[in-house]
Design a protein around this ligand. Structure first.
Ligand code: PLP
Length: 387
């Protein structure tokens, strides 16, 4: 057996070692982390629903009615009325005939790709796609072709070379580490020309973009013809846990029959589905959360520009500050923590080599004062460490 320590040592030496922080409070702007009070700018709770009283009450009611665990997979005896109702509500929300719940977004991506593609088929992916799409592709045994970020010409050129088999283009609607959007109208056009499926992973768009938070596909005015496969996660803007795929009757039935990561895993707790039904109501009814988030994003970008910080081309709640080396990103993150702020450093392989960064995320639950504290701290960091 090979000793494991040398690889761990190498990671330490290269500033790539990951360390878990222990959270002692609910998710929100003010956290207890490792016993310290910190002001957080790194959760994906974009609308501030993770600790909303309506969502918590629904979770408790759901636990009272259904107990703690689902007890089984969906196809055995674990598919509760709570799951079923949530699927119907998510389908209506997404404007599609059907929706299917998965226990996580990671599993949903894996499940869709492996159900639709196999040997002899081709999967096209943006280079900056989320790891779960990449891993789903590897598991499917389809040929994996990655194209440079948002480079439609490169994608079209690769697709023109395909000989035989089915084709699927999978893309993040909002790129998780950069915050920019995929050019969905152009992608839809290329896919229609090449008769390929288009799948959008909208983990960071659903709830946040589009009419009533319907996501990036709706933001671009596209329908289920243009984007036949929509995946959304429920652990980010929805503040709970789980994921869904929305699409045609035939797509959802195919997933129920063939998607191994749907079939061979325990259904998420019904109480969590009840909590998500409450957060879905809030997502749709409380448009002020999206307005507020947008105001904070604008204020952050203006403030950061005044400080002379180089921001990336993102109009979303994800506002990365590029550091370059992992060492630099970790040093900046530590310096912010010394000022009472939690902004995690994101390093390779989560992002490409040489593009380590601070991933600042904003939430409707941040106050303007809290945002100004972040800007002040970044200003200090800029003076002292040249951000
Ligand atoms: C978080 C995320 C996922 C995974 O979702 P989970 O429910 O956390 O497993 C998938 N895709 C993207 C783009 C994500 O950011």
């Amino acid at each position: 057996m090979r000793p494991l320590e040398p690889e761990l040592e190498r990671r330490r030496a290269e500033h790539l070692y990951r360390r878990r922080r222990v959270l002692g409070s609910a998710q929100g702007p003010l956290l207890q982390m490792d016993g310290k009070s910190l002001l957080s700018f790194c959760s994906n709770d974009y609308l501030g629903l993770a600790n909303h009283p309506d969502v918590l009450a629904a979770l408790q009611r759901g636990a009272g009615q259904y107990g703690a665990g689902s007890g089984s997979a969906h196809l055995v005896s674990g598919h509760s009325a709570a799951h079923h109702a949530l699927e119907e509500e998510l389908a209506a929300f997404a404007g599609r005939p059907r929706a299917l719940l998965y226990s996580t977004g990671y599993r949903a991506n894996q499940g869709v790709i492996t159900a639709l593609l196999g040997r002899g088929d081709t999967l096209y992916q943006d280079r900056l796609n989320h790891a779960s799409l990449i891993d789903g592709g590897l598991l499917s045994r389809a040929e994996l072709k990655r194209y440079p970020h948002n480079d439609l010409a490169a994608l079209a050129a690769r697709m023109a070379c395909q000989s035989g088999g089915d084709a699927l283009v999978a893309v993040d609607g909002v790129f998780s580490m950069d915050g920019d959007l995929a050019p969905l109208p152009e992608l839809a056009r290329v896919c229609q020309e090449q008769q390929a499926w288009l799948m959008v992973d909208d983990a960071h768009g659903i709830g946040v973009l589009g009419r009533d938070g319907r996501g990036s596909v709706d933001h671009f005015g596209l329908d289920d013809q243009a984007v036949p496969i929509l995946m959304g996660t429920l652990g980010k803007a929805f503040g709970t846990f789980g994921a869904f795929v929305a699409g045609s009757e035939a797509l959802i039935e195919t997933l129920i029959q063939q998607s191994r990561s749907y079939i061979y895993t325990t259904a998420l707790p019904p109480a969590v589905a009840e909590a998500t039904r409450a957060s879905l109501r809030l997502v749709q009814a409380e448009g002020w959360r999206r307005d507020r988030l947008q105001q904070l994003i604008s204020r952050f970008r203006e403030g950061a520009a005044q400080l002379g910080l180089a921001l990336m081309a993102s109009e979303t709640a994800i506002q990365p500050i590029l550091a370059g080396s992992a060492e630099q990103a970790v040093a900046w993150s530590q310096a912010l923590e010394d000022q009472g702020l939690l902004v995690t450093a994101i390093r390779p392989p989560t992002v490409p080599e040489g593009s380590a960064r601070l991933r600042v995320t904003l939430s409707a639950s941040h106050t303007v004062d809290q945002l100004d504290r972040l800007l002040e701290a970044l200003g200090k960091l800029n003076r002292e460490m040249g951000v």
